[in-house]
Design a protein around this ligand. Structure first.
Ligand SMILES: [Zn+2]
Length: 272
């Protein structure tokens, strides 16, 4: 599939205050993927943000002598620091075993609980449909499981009263999410200009020392290739640095899918 980047729309700025929930399989997924956008939504739109880190991070090392519990604790601290660097102080750790995640009902319920509690307008998660990415990456199955559970937590579980009656018993009433943003997607519909927050994004990423090492470019070069990737992404849409999302909106009156598709094609033609 080829993506017509010129036809992608910029994410519009929101006027009224709102809450965002960002879910991710692993510690550092958010920093690699969407922290530039998160920082901008907080700084420029006054958004408040909750992170949900689904696994315990215990598979984040291939060193034979590292103790899993030590790594879990270290990555917990690194994630709190990374979140704080972009202004996020609400981080939930669900503690599922890293590397073996499945999109179970238990996981969906755990995510639904946080959505009903914090009532986000926007939920950001990983695109569960991405299996083969470009020519050299098989998407991690934890990312797909995290994405699938998150999507179905947003719809139908968060807004539908009879699903998970045990959450009602805990006091969590249904909540309808307004927008779903999928990252790590192969079908982006929107880009977000992160030129004003790329430095914050890199500062957040640099907190994950156990994963990327310390030092100016970190030991494994992650800063360099991620910066270049965001720059290349920006060049596709005419800004300095960009992140990409597939955006679904649930709170808009729609005339018809066909009309929307016609408008998209007209935009595309106008750009040619
Ligand atoms: Zn990951």
């Amino acid at each position: 599939m080829t993506i017509d980047y010129k036809a992608l729309q910029a994410i519009p700025q929101r006027e009224e205050p709102y809450h965002i929930v960002v879910t991710a399989a692993h510690h550092d997924d958010i920093e690699f993927g969407v922290a530039g956008s998160v920082a901008r939504w907080i700084r420029e739109e006054g958004a408040t943000v909750t992170y949900i880190i689904i696994t315990d991070g215990g598979a984040g090392s291939n060193e034979p002598d590292i103790r899993r519990e030590q790594l879990v604790e270290r990555r917990y601290q690194e994630q709190l620091e990374a979140a704080a660097r972009v202004g996020v102080d609400d981080v939930r750790f669900l503690g599922y075993p890293d590397g073996q995640l499945e999109a179970t009902l238990d996981l969906r319920r755990d995510i639904t609980r946080v959505i009903r509690e914090t009532k986000p307008y926007r939920v950001v998660c990983q695109d569960p449909t991405a299996i083969f990415v470009h020519r050299g990456y098989v998407n991690h199955p934890d990312h797909r499981a995290a994405g699938e559970a998150s999507v179905y937590a947003v719809f139908p579980s968060a807004e539908t009263r009879p699903i998970f009656p045990e959450l009602l018993a805990e006091g969590f009433e249904p909540h309808k999410v307004g927008e779903l943003y999928l990252n790590l997607t192969q079908s982006p519909t929107h880009f977000h200009d992160i030129s004003s927050t790329i430095d914050l994004k890199m500062a957040a990423l640099s907190a994950h020392v156990s994963q990327i090492g310390a030092g100016e470019d970190f030991e494994n070069g992650a800063k360099k290739w991620l910066t270049q990737g965001n720059r290349d992404g920006g060049a596709m849409v005419g800004v300095e640095f960009a992140e990409y999302f597939r955006v679904l909106k649930f709170d808009e009156e729609r005339e018809s899918w066909y009309k929307e598709e016609m408008e998209r094609r007209e935009r595309e033609m106008a750009l040619k």
